[in-house]
Design a protein around this ligand. Structure first.
Ligand SMILES: Nc1ncnc2c1ncn2[C@@H]1O[C@H](COP(=O)(O)OP(=O)(O)O)[C@@H](O)[C@H]1O
Ligand SMILES: [Mg+2]
Length: 488
């Protein structure tokens, strides 16, 4: 019944917009959706050994790793010298041309912190307690961390590792995306003594560094761009207006949609695992990081056989979608993760919109994803646009069949942000929709080619146009219209 009704509305509103037209638009923008140059793009053959890096202060720590600021010097003499070993708290040497490292980055985020300019990179040193000490074992055990690795990240001196890449991944490589971290180098190396090690993670150090440590002597290192802060830190320092908040939620949805298209579920989305920098217009640019808990399996895709309690359902129990947290193992039981990350985005949206995450904490007002009812979700403030409120509510539907997919939720926000004039109640028609899409395409191509590639708005529009699919676009427009027609 519903589908008949939708089909009628579809023909009324979109009599000539065809799937083929959507497809040709998306083809143009898929090509445009190229990754930005990474901070090591000028160092093609470098950065595959720990000794090549200058390592500075710790910048973060999670459950499985410590992250340090880092830089790579230009002088090859210096790199091979004894001095190039990681030094505790060493400040950057003036002989190093950090400027050119920064210059290599195509996008120029606002660099407010001079220390960050000196250390454009971040190195994540995994704590290795159970993976053994061979490179193969480490890469196999920690393979999820490598899912967002760029094509060249592993192609350094470890030829053997490069060969192992397919079996190690068991998954086709995740194509770069503006809202997903890029791991630009990955290698194994001996665990060095880095600043803060004895205070922050003495137990996971190897015996050679701490007689009571239980860590292995070798581990995995991942090199990324050094981001100014996490989403949690960003939100703790400033209140964003409705437009910026909507753009932040949209970016997470675009990132999650990209993962779903590649058959990957992050499974540990939270504000600590989202990094932020500012684009050239001061808009927060979000990237999803920390793939250590992800589901990325070529054979099973997003449907995990849940045969026993020993099967790992991912991290972050508080933000586990209802269908994941309530699953009971048994023969033939599958957990479908295709909308699990979208649910987590709905929960994080509360933080972005200035409230506490309703699924954190122990107070009476906090909810549990396993048991909450949708009418218990806290009301969002009046300052939040109506469409955003509806999207958040629909992302937090318990039933995944009623929940919005990341793609449709993103489309709703795109139309809501930029398509207002085609959504006047009861007057949406195909000509307007086609005209609007053409206008968006032309404007985005111009912005991308002539004005400024590194703007979040341009990136988001490119994502929208690159992923334009007839059914998903229609579903989003239908939802918006039905909300508007009900609210008049
Ligand atoms: N590329 C980066 N730039 C800046 N800070 C980072 C970066 N990667 C991680 N961090 C910081 O380190 C913390 C831990 O990193 P994460 O990858 O989440 O490790 P874990 O797997 O242990 O949770 C993050 O919450 C963040 O504060
Ligand atoms: Mg983390």
């Amino acid at each position: 019944m519903l589908s008949v009704c939708r089909t009628k509305i579809y023909f009324r509103y979109f009599p000539t917009l065809s799937p083929r037209e959507c497809h040709s638009t998306s083809t143009i923008f898929i090509r445009k959706n190229k990754p930005l140059k990474d901070p090591l793009s000028a160092f093609r053959w470098q950065g595959f050994k720990l000794e090549e890096y200058l390592i500075g202060q710790p910048i973060g720590k999670g459950c499985s790793a410590a992250v340090y600021e880092a830089a790579i010097p230009l002088s090859s003499n210096y790199q091979s010298s004894e001095d190039s070993k990681p030094l505790e708290g060493k400040s950057p040497d003036p002989q190093w041309d950090h400027g050119s490292v920064i210059q290599a980055a195509e996008a120029k985020p606002i660099q407010t912190n001079p220390q960050r300019a000196a250390f454009p990179l971040a190195i994540k040193m995994m704590w290795n307690i159970s993976a053994g000490s061979s490179s193969e074992a480490i890469l196999s055990t920690m393979r999820q961390e490598l899912v967002p690795a760029s094509g060249s990240a592993l192609s350094g001196e470890y030829g053997a590792v490069a060969c192992h890449r397919r079996p190690v991944f068991g998954k086709k490589r995740l194509e770069p995306h503006p809202n997903i971290i890029q791991v630009i180098r990955a290698f194994t190396s001996s665990v060095p003594l880095l600043p803060g090690a004895y205070v922050d993670y003495p137990d996971v150090l190897p015996l050679s560094l701490n007689p009571s440590g239980i860590g292995h002597s070798r581990t995995l290192f991942l090199v990324m761009k050094n981001y100014p802060c996490t989403l949690r830190q960003y939100l703790s320092e400033r209140n964003s207006d409705a437009h910026l908040s909507t753009l932040m939620i949209l970016q997470l949805l675009e990132g999650v949609d990209h993962l779903v298209r590649h058959g990957i579920s992050h499974r540990d989305l939270k504000s600590d695992n989202i990094l932020v920098e500012l684009d050239s217009a001061g808009c927060p640019w979000l990237v999803i990081t920390d793939f250590g808990c992800c589901l990325a399996d070529e054979n099973i895709g997003l449907r995990l056989p849940f045969t026993s309690w020993y099967v790992d359902r991912g991290g972050n129990g508080c933000l586990m979608a209802p269908e994941v947290v309530t699953a009971i193992p048994g023969p033939g039981v599958l957990i479908d993760y295709s909308k699990a990350d979208a649910w987590a985005v709905g929960a994080i949206a509360y933080e972005i919109l200035g409230l506490c995450n309703p699924f954190y904490g122990q107070g009476r007002s906090s909810l549990e994803s396993r048991s909450y009812q949708e009418d218990q979700l806290p009301a969002l403030p009046d300052t939040v646009p109506f469409d955003v409120k509806r999207v958040v509510k629909m992302l937090l539907q318990r039933d995944p069949n009623k929940r919005l997919s990341a793609r449709v939720a993103a489309n709703v926000l795109h139309l809501s942000l930029w398509g207002e004039n085609i959504l006047v109640p009861k007057s949406l028609n195909l000509d307007k929709m086609t005209g609007w899409l053409l206008h968006q395409s032309a404007a985005t191509l111009l912005m991308d080619g002539l004005v400024d590639r590194s703007r979040v708005e341009t990136k988001m529009k490119t994502c929208f146009l690159a992923n334009l699919e007839y059914e998903d676009l229609w579903e989003a427009a239908f939802l918006l219209l039905s909300w508007r027609n009900h609210s008049v």
